[in-house]
Design a protein around this ligand. Sequence first.
Ligand SMILES: NC(=O)c1ccc[n+]([C@@H]2O[C@H](COP(=O)([O-])OP(=O)(O)OC[C@H]3O[C@@H](n4cnc5c(N)ncnc54)[C@H](O)[C@@H]3O)[C@@H](O)[C@H]2O)c1
Length: 471
Amino acid sequence: VTDTIVYHGLGYVGLTGAIHFAKSGVNVIGYDIDQSVVDAVNAGKPKAGEFLGYLGGTNLQIGDKPRNRLPFRATTDFTEVCAHRIHIIAVPTEKDGEPWMLLVRHVVWTLLDVLPIGSLIIIESTLTPGTIDQLMKEYTGGTHGCLIAHAPRRDWFADPEKNLATIPRVVGGFTPGATEAAVKVLEDVTPAELILQTDHRTAELVKPLENALFHLPIMLAHEMALIYPGHDVREAVRLASTHWRFASFGGLYLGMGSGGRCVPLGPKYLVAGAEVASVEAALHDPKPYLLTSALDTEQEITRWTALAIDRAVGTTEVDRATRVAILGIAYRPGFADLGFSPALRLAQQLRNAHAHWMIDLHDATATPAAVQAAVIPDRFGNLTGENPDVFATPAELAVKLGIYDVVVVVTPHWAAYEDLGCDAGRVEYGTLPWRPGQIIFDARGIWSGYAERFAQLGVTYHQVGTPGWLG
Ligand SMILES: NC(=O)c1ccc[n+]([C@@H]2O[C@H](COP(=O)([O-])OP(=O)(O)OC[C@H]3O[C@@H](n4cnc5c(N)ncnc54)[C@H](O)[C@@H]3O)[C@@H](O)[C@H]2O)c1
């Protein structure tokens, strides 16, 4: 078993990686600059702990209490961690939704300055292609004697079947010796036959490429819904994705754009790296047309959905500020991750166009506090308007649905939201107060079964990708 491993950054990636190694008996020290993150780990209740289920249980005994079974504790003491020779970096490489390499460069340079000769640095953070070459070229600290490798993360925190021990792991060293050293460490968690070796330049391409390979067809499906607004694109996409070639996609479907911390960012990393790569090759012509189009399409979906809402509102007689409820802020049904939320992008677009509208947000998986935190501190401005309501439960939401002129369901969170469409109601909700003139925009068709009833009630129902959805 490997010597002590130091994990830098105890967010989703660092925490889950650290626990994997600790579970296989490796002594792990987690280093984070945020004292509250460190304290939470040592108290056995890590901040990014909602995905611990994927590691085999939420009651993993971590932290520095005597009853601990896992050899994993956390610290903010950089001097202490520098005495060790194996370092895995999982610090953020995105800022404001864009690739951002400054921090990871700084962390690597600092480690090169202080680590003992023969130390190993494995970078798990997603990198813009070219980052390692560039940071090594620009390192001014002289001889360092460290080995560097990149082993991007692709495990899926929502699924216990797709963790570091069960899916293929790509690793590429700056030198063959670095690859070999990194493989030895990774083998403590990932079976040897699942470790795919390459060089650092290729490894840097893999993670953004696999995300872009998924992002592009999703954007194509959405573009179809924009350019064929009178057709049943939703059904065509469903039928096309039954082709045997797409079996591994698990079904392609329409929504209001893509979300999460990986897929929509893939093209951004590749575009950022391409600028440097084409200059290096002294070729300025090859342009990343497909990637930039996919990124533009992502914005177009939000813009057109907001325009369609505008048009629908314009045809009703609203004599006060339009009231909008946006449901499903987390990007994926049943999964409390607010990263790169299509619902927040739509809310932002509506807010920019209509400063006086009242826009309320609801998510059935994330807490109201988490939704508020995702909105308030950053660039969304006064998103919740005069009435900063983030409803706690679907039942509370049900009581209030009748006050909204527009109800948008972005991420369906099936079990929580399904019955809200039915005016006959569910026992605990009572009769739902749909009223004539209300407008519904439904990304995935969670209420499509009630479409006829909505028509009888005088409620206008739009499902993304179905004929006439743009108005
Ligand atoms: N979350 C995902 O689904 C996912 C999946 C694959 C790859 N990634 C990549 O992994 C990296 C980390 O992502 P995350 O989601 O875990 O981020 P995160 O924001 O959840 O956590 C990052 C942690 O790093 C800490 N940190 C910041 N500066 C530090 C420093 N100088 N030294 C030590 N710790 C520091 C922060 O306090 C925070 O606790 C990113 O490059 C991301 O692109 C994320």
